[in-house]
Design a protein around this ligand. Sequence first.
Ligand code: ADP
Length: 586
Amino acid sequence: MKKLNRLAALLVAVMMVFASVAVAETATVEKVTVTGVGQGIDGDVVVEVTADATTIYDVQVLEQNETVGIGSVAVEQLPAAIVEANSIAVDGIAGATVTSDAIKSAIKSALTEAGIDIAPFEIAPEQEEAVERTDETLTCDVVIVGAGGAGLTAAVQATQNGANVIVLEKMPIVGGNSLKATGGMNAAGTDYQAALGITDSGVQEFIDDTMEGGHQLNDLSLVTTMAENSAAGVAWLAELGAELPKVAATGGTSHKYLHEPEDGSAVGSFLVAKLNEVCESMGITIMLNTEATDLIVTDGAVTGVHAVSAEHDYTVNAKAVILATGGFGANFEMMCEYDPSLANAVTTNHAGATGDGIRMATAIGADTVDMEQIQLHPTVYQATSMLVTESVRSMGGILINLEGKRFCNDMSTRDAVSAAELQQTGACSWIIFDQRIADDLKSTQKYINGGMTVQGDTYEELGAAMGFDEATVATFVESMNTWNAAVAAGEDTEFGRNNGMDDDLSTAPYYAILVAPGIHHTMGGLKIDTETHVIDTDGNAILGLYACGEATGGVHGGNRIGGNAVCDFVVFGRIAGMNAAAYAAD
Ligand code: ADP
């Protein structure tokens, strides 16, 4: 009897196994709600998806820590687009590729895990029938092309000066390259410097360092204008609620005028978010997904722009136009015209940095300067083109080559460090930092959570994690100890580094990221005068046309020093806003 019972139990168990297999099989076509994980820019992106074999019903992002203003836009917009198209083969959100890919891969892994075949969802949605385009005419005092740092600054200033402003932005998000600026804003003679007792980093030092950093190729009048107006720029930002009270030294100088947000956040996303908020509160119209195509010229003066969106062809009539379209560091064809060796380099630039303003203005006779001056930044993580901020080095980080040795003054100018790095084995190096820097510098969390770092509790462990053999680990440990001794002595006898040496690298755990040079900033651009008028090839100002920010050339000469892109867009964005408003009021 017992035996029979056991047999029956066995039979039931076997049947249950079959039943559960059957359930598992039929579950593949039933509606399920499952979660999956994708790798975002700052750690995991956790997505919940409700679907059956033929339909995606719902997508929710449950957890994420993506960059506000970039990845956050994909988090807001992409799930609905996927549900609407019933496909993960929809276009990602332009400018937020990493987050878009993370959401898609989280959905894929959730569905695959649930036993749902994802092939039907990988078919691109059919293109909707072309919408009927309509012509629209808009009128304003000042139309600003580009909603990066320069465009947003100009928009706020022009509005403060009484102009009615429209901003056109071709991407689905505001911010451009400015949004990616990680360091700070250089400025001299600020109240913040005074409060910290910094007296040796004034306007003249700022001018001298910028000229020297730019190999004296810079336009001295533009550099002087930038430096002289930098403190007013910092004060103006503070009035708008964007305080930059921390002051440090930037690469290539021992002077302290790099102004940063109090909480260690990246300056670009901090300022873009604030300026965007101010634009909103002032009621300034910012038209996203709207690309300016050409300038309208009437009787020799610029009187507006043509622009296109998905549905409209716009004619924007204005009394003045400000080009704030940024540089051309994402336009390889254009860069290779000036430097063919860049064809295979990675770029840190956002996808909209295509030189449109330069093209539009030169088409009506504008002149350009320094177009061949294209900056490589030495610390770019090649797999994702993410920049490792210079602040890691200014807070004490160092560069180590594949032989475990330092190889240059790691706080020299970007072009000098990039050139030294290109001479090393593999044309790359490791950037090393410790827990002290990780605690004080928010950007490092992105690197650690994003899987860019290797780490160790001792220098030996870190060396092994970097893939060094035993002898190279020993060399690496010696390099670290020599560096810490140099910091203690206040003198780098090996390479003459004289800044970013306040603290050593002795707080475990230790981190390293493999980096190499990447295209970062196009120093050349439209020729402007100190009043931001665009200058034509005969040397005359083009009436009604202003330009500011990375679209212009001359400020940075042959090499931009860290912290000057933000100072450039704040100072010249304000001047363009004021002058365009005044011209429009005439
Ligand atoms: P800057 O630092 O000079 O402000 P950014 O790169 O931060 O430069 O910003 C430039 C902005 O201009 C970007 O947001 C970019 O997408 C936008 N832009 C570039 N070309 C056009 C265009 N043709 N129409 C509208 N916006 C444009």
